[in-house]
Design a protein around this ligand. Structure first.
Ligand SMILES: [Zn+2]
Ligand SMILES: [Zn+2]
Length: 358
């Protein structure tokens, strides 16, 4: 953290639709009333950034986005300054914080109920339609800051989206595990960035037996290190039989981080009656037709995007207690285009985190 805040900084910005983003010099933003200026320690890169980078203007404008804006919605860093009307409210200048990724108004009935993922203002946020964290500094409302304690903020960015979204999924399937005899069993399909969090969160917050299906050998090894009880190479026709053999006749919850036709078919056939199926991955897979006879009895299927503030608060607390491992590949801001290429090509081992110069 530096004391002196310069007038300008480099930021990785979408300057026009369907045009490669560029690192350009912009003024350092000034925090307004109730806001704080954050010096970015690290900003994680997300697959959805790739969608934004290639997004046609009609779609971006329909979402309410205006160009230019700075990319990056997985941000953590240090509070360096505060605007008016935020004195005396935690966190203080110097504190390490994660910046909530989900945009929310704080005033609607969903926000009042702590269900910010449903806020009607959620389509435009930092890094998606407004200036995000791929820069040395970012401004955010103080209410969007979650203290990280002694947890390294360079590792904190991935908690805000990958971690919080994973927590949201685990929270929603957890009831089915708690209600199941013997703590239940859960199947995690895909052990990439989100899958690694889902495995750890299932182990940290439930007593479930955790079965992981992953086709990449390196990721299977990571899954075992993170606490998966059973790790299966897949997905293919034999997957449901392998899952049923490894559990007491099927799992009580599936968290599908892929969401393709193949994973949904295999996952549903691995599910016991009364279970839950969380489709997190945007693989575009179809549910079986006719659903009534193809699904196990009393199956709950749900989809979601994003997370609530309480999800980030929960993962940040676990991280601060040393109970979450966050694997990252670190890139300088000058290397951000290469980092996106590696993300696009599926070459990353861990979440790509960009650390701006200071
Ligand atoms: Zn994201
Ligand atoms: Zn709201």
């Amino acid at each position: 953290m530096t004391a002196a805040v310069p007038d300008s900084m480099l930021a990785y910005r979408i300057l026009g639709w369907q045009r490669p983003p560029e690192l350009v010099e912009v003024p350092v933003p000034v925090p307004g009333s109730g806001e704080a200026l954050i010096e970015v320690a690290g900003c994680g890169l997300c697959h959805s950034d790739l969608t934004m980078i290639s997004m046609p203007g009609e779609i971006g404008e329909a979402l309410g986005w205006t160009v230019p804006f700075t990319l990056g919605h997985e941000t953590a860093g240090w509070v360096v300054a505060r605007g008016g009307h935020s004195d005396g409210v935690s966190p203080a200048v110097g504190d390490a914080v994660a910046v909530i990724s989900t945009a929310s108004c704080g005033a609607c009935r969903w926000c009042a109920a702590g269900r910010e993922a449903l806020c009607p203002d959620g389509l435009v946020g930092r890094g998606y339609g407004r200036d995000g964290g791929l820069a040395r500094f970012v401004v955010a409302p103080v209410r969007d800051l979650v203290p990280l304690g002694s947890f390294d903020p360079v590792l904190g960015g991935p908690l805000t989206d990958a971690g919080a979204t994973s927590h949201h999924a685990v929270r929603r399937v957890a009831r089915h595990l708690v209600d199941a005899p013997d703590g239940g069993a859960a199947l995690v399909i895909g052990a990439g960035g989100l899958g690694a969090f889902v495995i750890q969160l299932l182990r940290a917050t439930t007593d479930a037996t955790v079965v992981v299906v992953e086709r990449d050998r390196g990721r299977r090894e990571v899954a075992a290190e993170l606490g998966a009880h059973v790790v299966i190479d897949g997905v293919d026709r034999s997957t449901p039989r392998q899952v049923r053999d490894a559990t007491d006749g099927g799992v009580d919850a599936v968290v599908d981080l892929v969401g393709s036709d193949d994973t949904i078919a295999a996952g549903l056939r691995s599910l016991a009656g009364g279970g839950a199926y969380a489709i997190v991955g945007a693989g575009g897979g179809a549910l079986p037709t006719p659903a009534f006879s193809a699904l196990p009895r009393e199956t709950e299927i749900f989809t979601f995007q994003g997370s609530d503030r309480s999800d980030l608060q929960a993962v940040a607390a676990l991280a601060a207690q040393g109970r979450l491992r966050v694997d990252i590949e670190r890139f300088e801001l000058a290397e951000v285009a290469r980092a996106y290429e590696r993300l696009h090509d599926g070459e990353l081992r861990g979440r790509a985190v960009v650390t701006p110069p200071r």
